[in-house]
Design a protein. Structure first.
Length: 67
């Protein structure tokens, strides 16, 4: 459970949640999420995705010829 990753790994966290069947494992998962700043990484990933979509839309609008 101590492997570090840069991005929010949905599949990994989902699998760890499935495996958290007792209080000890649940606490280990909670501590891991805190340690890895999972919420912050997810927010950063979403912000980055939003910025990319915005940039693509602006580029699309700027390429469109005007009458």
């Amino acid at each position: 459970m101590r492997e570090r990753r840069k991005e929010f790994d949905y599949d990994r966290y989902r699998q760890l949640l499935v495996e958290a069947v007792d209080e000890k494992r649940q606490m280990a998962l909670i501590n891991l999420l805190i340690e890895e700043h999972a919420k912050d990484r997810l927010a950063a990933e979403r912000a980055s995705d939003r910025a990319a979509v915005t940039a693509m839309k602006i580029a699309e609008v700027l390429r469109t010829p005007r009458p």
